[in-house]
Design a protein around this ligand. Structure first.
Ligand code: ZN
Length: 490
């Protein structure tokens, strides 16, 4: 019996489905940062209380510098204390911890916070022990998380005198022609969302640089789609262009994209701002209890960590194609990932069978139209996947030792034959009974015409034989599928 040729829709008629809406990396499938709010709050207390009066250029500040360098080293980073005073001598510097990226090491994601105090504060717990330790929590969170881009954690002094250390640091990146995906700034974080009593100045607030409009959508995606934070005034807010002014401004001036996190809308909203009582006790009082500060720190960590991961990675884009006749070749090699090679391609052929590999072959057992789906993993995080589908039509193929499987006949578009075809008579071995009737032509005023209608009449014996053949065919197909599964080791 003649087999219909495979009608290949792939590459001819049907195209792969449009890439899944993947404007952003699916950060929701990545490991959560391993630092609790309590651990962060405790570290803010420890750092700010053991380095009181850390005004730039003082021994207290130098001790704080060394403490931060030691902590970052312990996390496995390459740490440098970078001198930043004009001419190289003077009190300005940054503790810079770096870890090379895997696929895009020449592009940097920079995290920045200042750790110096103004002269009139003592502990500087909120300004900026909080941002200082948020950076350390981020460094810890990324310590065992591979990234495509190079991570840079920069703790600055000289901020309170006018971002004196971050200015030359950002300028040096510009002069050296270094690419920066974004600089993420942290100054006064954690009294945001939640707090015991929400007021008009509260929010876990985020901003972006003045030409970084695209970051608004990114921040909304991470905070509201991935983390499901409340998109409500005075809770979590994406506030648009940066109205705060800290070390990230130094990077913005150089033309680098920037982002900024803070708890409360302005520095002045915090009653301990630049006052001697900027202490843990003051933070607890403003937040309404330590547990609120802890949760606020944790939420800030989640928000910035997943934002950074999204900046570091692009979701893969899957493409599926099929070619061939009979044994079809399925090809996902047109898939791509902006940060590196795709990984871990799997196929679902739509007939209950699957395969692994970028290019695979498959032959359908039964006639029909199938949707085959390619699932493609991200080069860095294979759990983050995109899929693409391709439609194929298969006529089926002969079963071993059994009758061939034919494609289902197309719906008749012509009147039934008035006499049995030779082929029907021969292959079906059915008795054909016909009768003659008169029907009126569809044309208005048309004449009646004679139509001979026939139907096949099978004997009970013939029907039983047909059932038996169909059963045998089904069993043979099931055996073949089982054997195929066994061969694949599934
Ligand atoms: Zn500050």
């Amino acid at each position: 019996m003649r087999l219909l040729p495979v009608t290949l829709v792939a590459g001819l008629l049907a195209t792969a489905s449009p890439a899944a809406a993947a404007d952003f990396f699916d950060a929701g499938k990545l490991p959560a940062p391993p630092v609790t709010g309590q651990e962060m709050a405790n570290s803010v207390g420890t750092f700010s209380e053991s380095h009181k009066h850390r005004v730039t250029g003082t021994p207290a500040e130098t001790a704080a510098t060394q403490d931060l360098a030691d902590q970052a080293k312990k996390l496995g980073y390459a740490v440098e204390i970078v001198p930043l005073s004009p001419g190289g001598t003077g009190p300005l510097h940054a503790v810079v911890a770096t870890r090379k990226g895997r696929t895009n090491p020449n592009e940097h994601i920079v995290f920045g916070a200042h750790y110096d105090n103004v002269a009139q504060t003592v502990d500087g717990a909120y300004d900026n022990g909080s941002g200082t330790m948020m950076l350390m929590a981020l460094a810890k969170s990324f310590a065992n998380v591979p990234t495509n881009r190079t991570l840079v954690f920069a703790w600055y002094n000289g901020e309170e005198e006018g971002t004196l250390a971050s200015d030359p640091h950002a300028a040096s990146f510009k002069e050296d022609g270094k690419a920066v995906r974004a600089m993420l700034g942290f100054d006064m974080v954690g009294i945001g969302w939640p707090v015991a009593k929400t007021g008009p100045t509260n929010c876990l607030c985020t901003w972006r640089g003045d030409e970084d409009d695209a970051f608004d959508a990114l921040l909304r995606h991470v905070n509201f789609d991935v983390l499901k934070f409340p998109n409500e005034p005075n809770k979590v807010e994406v506030r648009g262009q940066n109205t705060r002014n800290s070390d990230e401004a130094s990077w913005d001036v150089q033309g680098f994209p920037t982002l900024r996190w803070a708890g409360m809308r302005t520095a002045g909203n915090y009653p301990g701002y630049h006052k001697p009582d900027d202490t843990m006790a003051k933070i607890d009082e403003v937040a309404g209890g330590r547990m609120f500060f802890e949760q606020g720190l944790r939420n800030t960590l989640l928000s910035s960590y997943y934002t950074a991961l999204t900046l570091d990675n692009a979701q893969p884009v899957a493409r599926a194609a099929a070619t061939g006749n009979g044994v079809l070749t399925f090809d996902a090699s047109g898939s791509s990932d902006a940060d590196g090679p795709i990984s871990d391609v799997t196929w679902d052929f739509g007939d209950g069978t699957t395969a692994t590999g970028t290019t695979v072959t498959h032959e359908y057992e039964r006639a029909g139209t199938y949707t085959a789906t390619a699932s493609v993993g991200d080069s860095l995080w294979p759990k983050v996947r995109s899929t693409a589908t391709v439609q194929v039509q298969a006529p089926g193929k002969p079963s071993v030792g059994g009758p061939a499987v034919t494609a289902p006949p197309a719906a008749p578009t012509t009147p039934p034959r008035t006499t049995p075809s030779r082929r029907t008579a021969k292959t079906k071995k059915a008795t054909v009974r016909c009768r003659t009737t008169r029907v009126r032509s569809k044309k208005k005023g048309g004449k009646r015409r004679v139509v001979r209608q026939c139907r096949k009449v099978r004997t009970a014996k013939q029907r039983a034989a047909e059932r038996k053949r169909a059963d045998a065919k089904r069993r043979a197909a099931a055996r073949k599928r089982a054997a195929a599964r066994k061969r694949r080791g599934r």
